[in-house]
Design a binder for this molecule. Structure first.
Ligand code: FAD
Length: 525
């Protein structure tokens, strides 16, 4: 996506562009094409219509609260500020001009747990998901008045950046099918090759964030097959700086992807808020309070990493699942992906039964269903790993206490998760997809469902260091390497780590657009 946006911007500046992709043409658009299409934007017309008062200053305060920038993070900090100050013009207006539409209700992700996150809702969901964004961008690219200046080359892997007298002058690589060598010379080179999460999980493990201890034995892969850092290495080989390669944005609720396109292929679930979260011993995971979904993704991941076996179980029932369970990405979110209003309305009113039935059918490796708790725990234990077993009496007592508290009524909700559910339901964007305090063992809400969830690797927060014009900086002296640029996830979405340690969500697609446009304009000038 970052490469496509850059190319579009360059065509508008009258440049000639050669866009090279290792992937096949049918996958043109990279990860964004599979994404859910949630975009973080500030002070948009959608927010204003909902009377959400937002501003770049407020957003920048929130951004810093999760970024937790460290001394020396000057470029990431500058990029973070640039994002907050320019998201409406650079991201919203750009997408709007390409006819990308958003759902009327702005979503409220990453609102923080004990400290601030997003003070107000900013997650704008694209009607048609990320697939639609890419579709519209490609239409714009092909319909560009300067289309004749664009050449596309697929199935071509680039491995080497050529330099002469300190300036980037060309690229070397090969055709993926025939192995035929390719050499390209160019006045400017823009690296838009994505992160380092997906291609090879060994690289992720080698760059694992040290304060988290050892990476889990089982990690699921939710990123790009070619996100192997080959061009990060290419940039380093010509002296470019790579920073924050140990910072990543993972998710806590990954299950094995039924498509099994690669080893440990992962599907990221949006976990229900009304489910109870347990570890493999059947102890409720406390953080130190309960796991607040949609509060702080990083916290969820850290909490699971502290559990025995470093995976978890979510326990719910059918009624909770059909209302709250979702999948991050476009493939499973049928109504969103195909812009089917009546289906979406049905899902909101009666629950998304088709999605839950499909997940149960396609993910038997991680999802178990039973009519009684006894039977459910039995099935969970059959799937428990590393010799871990549930303390069934303790788990049953925890669920019964939870249900009893719900039965006592809201005045007596003495559990942080229930209080947060009440808080979620106060915002209408969340009320439509959060149950009204649903007891788990209520026989009318069954069957019971338990989902075994692993850490799923998704986004690299660090990357190639760039200045505010996306020019790659040298490791030795922070001076720019003439002719060399980096955008999108490859550049840590700007400056080698715009997010610091954490994201407010939707900042990834937004960061691709922002960096792509900035790079294109900078070269254009
Ligand atoms: C299922 C899913 C849901 C998501 N949902 C959201 C969301 O709702 N909101 C959000 O903000 N973000 C979301 N994301 C993240 C977001 O989609 C990505 O961070 C973003 O699209 C990255 O774009 P990119 O252009 O930087 O890199 P990529 O999409 O990874 O593209 C990199 C391109 O470079 C090519 N390439 C790699 N190496 C080479 C090489 N050596 N030679 C030639 N070509 C090469 C690849 O083939 C690919 O086409 C989601 C991601 C996934 C997978």
């Amino acid at each position: 996506m970052a490469g496509i946006v850059t190319a579009h911007e360059l065509l508008s500046s009258g440049r000639h562009v050669l866009l090279i992709d290792k992937d096949k043409e049918e996958n043109f658009g990279g990860l964004a094409k599979q994404s859910f299409g949630g975009v973080h934007m500030i002070d948009t017309p959608h927010q204003r219509r909902l009377r959400i008062k937002d501003s770049p200053e407020l957003a920048w305060r929130d951004w810093q609260s999760v970024a937790d920038y460290q001394p020396g993070d000057d470029w990431p900090r500058r990029w973070g500020r640039l994002y907050c100050e320019n998201s409406r013009e650079y991201i919203f207006e750009f997408l709007n001009s390409k006819q990308v539409k958003f759902l009327p209700l702005v979503n409220w992700a990453e609102r923080g747990i004990y400290g601030p996150g997003n003070t107000v809702p900013r997650w704008h969901i694209t009607w048609g998901t990320g697939f639609e964004i890419i579709d519209r961008l490609l239409q714009a690219l092909h319909a560009h008045p300067q289309r004749a200046n664009l050449e596309l080359l697929f199935d071509t892997e680039i491995s080497v950046i050529e330099t002469a007298n300190g300036r980037a002058t060309g690229l070397r690589g090969k055709n993926m099918g025939s192995g035929e060598q390719i050499n390209v010379s160019a006045e400017h080179i823009v690296i838009a090759s994505g992160g380092i999460c997906g291609g090879d999980l060994r690289r992720l493990r080698a760059n694992w964030y040290k304060p988290w201890g050892q990476p889990p034995k089982k990690l699921l892969n939710g990123a790009h097959d070619y996100g192997d850092g080959m061009l990060h290495d290419g940039v380093a080989a010509v002296g470019g700086a790579l920073t924050h390669l140990d910072l990543h944005w993972h998710y806590a609720a990954g299950v094995h992807h039924p498509a099994k396109r690669r080893p440990d292929d992962g599907l990221s679930l949006v976990p229900p808020r009304s489910a109870l979260w347990f570890n493999a011993r059947g102890e409720r995971i406390m953080n130190p309070g309960p796991m607040p979904v949609y509060g702080d993704t990083r916290h969820l991941v850290e909490s699971v990493l502290r559990q025995p076996g470093q995976y978890s179980w979510q326990v719910m029932n059918w009624k909770i699942a059909i209302r709250e369970l979702a999948v991050s990405g476009c493939d499973y979110m049928h109504a969103f992906r195909f812009k089917n209003r009546s289906e979406l309305l049905r899902n909101v009113l009666f629950g998304n039964k088709a999605l839950v039935q499909r997940l149960i059918r396609e993910c038997p490796e991680d999802i178990v269903v039973a009519d009684t708790l006894e039977e459910l725990m039995e099935r969970m234990d059959e799937k428990n790993l590393y010799g871990l077993r549930l303390d069934r009496a303790q788990m049953e007592a925890t669920i019964r206490h939870w249900d009893e508290m719900i039965a006592r009524g809201p005045a007596f909700y003495n559990d942080d998760q229930l209080r947060r559910i009440a808080n979620f339901r106060a915002y209408r964007g969340d009320r439509v997809r959060t149950c009204n305090f649903q007891a788990i063992l209520n026989p009318k809400a069954g069957p019971l469902i338990a989902i075994r969830e692993f850490i799923l690797a998704r986004k690299s927060l660090g990357g190639i260091q760039t200045d505010l014009q996306c020019r790659v900086l040298r490791a030795a002296d922070e001076q720019r390497i003439p002719g060399l640029y980096a955008v999108g996830e490859a550049a840590g979405f700007g400056g080698g780590g715009i997010h610091g340690k954490g994201s407010l969500e939707g900042t990834f697609l937004g960061g691709c657009i922002l960096t792509g446009r900035v790079a294109g304009q900078s070269i254009g000038k």
